[in-house]
Design a protein around this ligand. Structure first.
Ligand SMILES: [Zn+2]
Length: 262
């Protein structure tokens, strides 16, 4: 599933290469993915792409006529240059960006709206990890009465936006916190480490993904730089202990039993 760093680099690529261009035609090539029915895709025709922004794991394409295309990639959604199996924006210089699923899982969601902030997926979303609002006091408050473990807390979009199953493992490894600990078992210094590691891990990932992509479209789910996620049985880069894994369905949690003791 694309997470904050993936979408941040994708957003920057599209915003810097396509914002300011005139939209010749917007085409919905598979109608089941459009979750709003009030405005047709042709509402974007002859308008300009003003800017592309990101909120959590969601991208918002803003047109000069005030309409917005909201793109939630879910687990397999991404963007290509050219016609998209699901949606295409064709510009008057002949270039196109296409929305599609890298594997057809039928989960991707599109919305055409004036006010994205009124969509429930955006209304109920927590602060961005780079915002000052995401701090120790905020996490302590969010932990009160939270039923799950610390991994679950950090991947709950209502609490903090953009972190998923892969980067949370990296963040908790960096902070030396066991992913199965209950937030109530953690002291203030642990939360300080988590806040610091969150900002560090995500900003380093954005930098790496930008280097990997160069001037091209970023690849879907580049994960080569991850230190523990999907590294079961490999030595911990910090202490050499073999990385452990625990699976619930197809979702794995990966951690170092020495650096992140129970
Ligand atoms: Zn270790």
């Amino acid at each position: 599933m694309p997470e904050l760093p993936d979408l941040e680099v994708l957003k920057d690529f599209i915003d810097s290469n396509f914002s300011g261009k005139n939209i010749l035609e917007a085409r919905l090539n598979n109608s089941k993915f459009l979750k709003t029915k009030y405005f047709p895709p042709k509402i974007f025709n002859k308008s300009k792409l003003s800017k592309v922004s990101r909120r959590g794991k969601i991208l918002i394409f803003e047109a000069s006529n005030g309409f917005k295309l909201v793109f939630h990639p879910m687990t397999r959604g991404w963007i290509k240059l050219g016609e998209g199996e699901i949606f295409t924006l064709e510009f008057d210089d002949g270039t196109k960006i296409g929305i599609y699923e890298v594997e057809p899982v039928n989960l991707l969601q599109l919305f055409i709206v004036r006010k994205p902030e009124n969509l429930s997926i955006l209304k109920l979303i927590g602060p961005e990890p780079f915002e000052d609002k995401f701090n120790v006091d905020y996490l302590l408050l969010s932990s009160e009465n939270f039923k799950g473990n610390i991994k679950k807390l950090l991947t709950t979009q209502k609490i903090v936006a953009g972190i998923g199953n892969a980067y949370v493992d990296e963040i908790l490894w960096d902070a030396k916190i066991n992913p199965f600990k209950k937030p109530g078992e953690l002291g203030k210094s642990s939360f300080e480490a988590i806040v610091k590691s969150t900002k560090k891990v995500l900003s380093e990932a954005i930098k790496t993904l930008k280097e990997v992509s160069g001037k091209d479209l970023p690849p879907f789910e580049y994960r080569e730089h991850l230190k523990v996620h999907r590294r079961e049985g490999q030595p911990c880069p910090r202490c050499g202990t073999l990385i452990q894994a625990k699976f619930e369905g197809d979702r794995g949690t990966f951690w170092c039993p020495t650096c992140q003791p129970e």
